[in-house]
Design a protein around this ligand. Sequence first.
Ligand code: DOR
Ligand code: ZN
Length: 361
Amino acid sequence: MSAFFERFFGDFLQSREYQEITLSNPLDMHLHLRQGAMLESVLPFSARDFALGVVMPNLNPPIMTTALALQYRDEIVRLSKGLDFVPFMTLYLHENLDKGELTHAYAQGIRILKLYPRGATTGSENGVREVVSERILEILHVAQDLGFMLSIHGESNGYCMDREFEFLEVYEFLARTFPRLKIIIEHVSDRRSLESLERYENLYATITLHHILLSLDDVLGNLMHPDLFCKPMIKTPKDRDSLLACALSAHPKVSFGSDSAPHLQSKKYSASAPGGIFSAPIALSMLASVFAYHNKLENLQAFVSDNAYKNYELDSVLGDTHKVIKFCAQSWEIPQSIACENSAISVLFGGKQCVFGRISK
Ligand code: DOR
Ligand code: ZN
């Protein structure tokens, strides 16, 4: 564990006095909720802390039609009843999407298309073979006219540590070709992506908790931790620090997206571990802790809500939702895992003390 972490979970979290923190409508702009038993296990953590979550469509089968998205949305609404949580649905972009389906999706309130390059990550088997191809550009043209946003898992199929960087030329090409399409660089992991944000007005980004706190050293610098393995891979300390600085400054084009991505320990602790970090149970309290540690609490509301509210035009979606989440100094031990099916899901930073705790309503 890096020196930063020793300090963070050591002195700081044990000794400081905290002021109370109040957040209004926290938003998780990148969230994997899964389906079936796993959905039931993980959903309460996000629904309790966040007013809205952008729900990823990489299920099995993927959410490739409006009908599937609406069915999935209904299921989430049913399971989160009483928690004041809005699932903001995404549609899995594939080569057979046509104008009729896109028009229907938009009319039903779906605002985000999610593009996975085929083979890039979990559930991307049905993703796009060639992003810059006639068919995909046609679809994006229609999407732009209808008013969709485009969310991208941007990785090439090159060397794993360079994949996001190599994909930047595709982001920039799309940003130039579709100037009215808002494009989101999801889960930024490489500091060079931040420079692209400055070059194109219509490029935006989400940042996770794990990419601002960890470097590859934490994943496999000593013992190997499959629970910290994710896509895009966690990179160098320099990348981590640039992303952290970007989040702490609440860059207006950047919002929080946890990319909380649960996998059963039975899969994670096997010879072929899937990428994904389950952070939903701690995401908001850890963010509060990190911003407090760096004396930047005044920027947390923008990072975790206001920026997204504006950039994703959420006023009509959230209506008069007013979810107020308060934290105070209240030490609690992060659970190692939560039970699920016949296995368990490891929680990020399980076993450590978190000093910020939710004040229940
Ligand atoms: O680490 C990841 N896990 N990255 C992704 O892009 C997908 C996610 C998942 O669904 O497990
Ligand atoms: Zn994701």
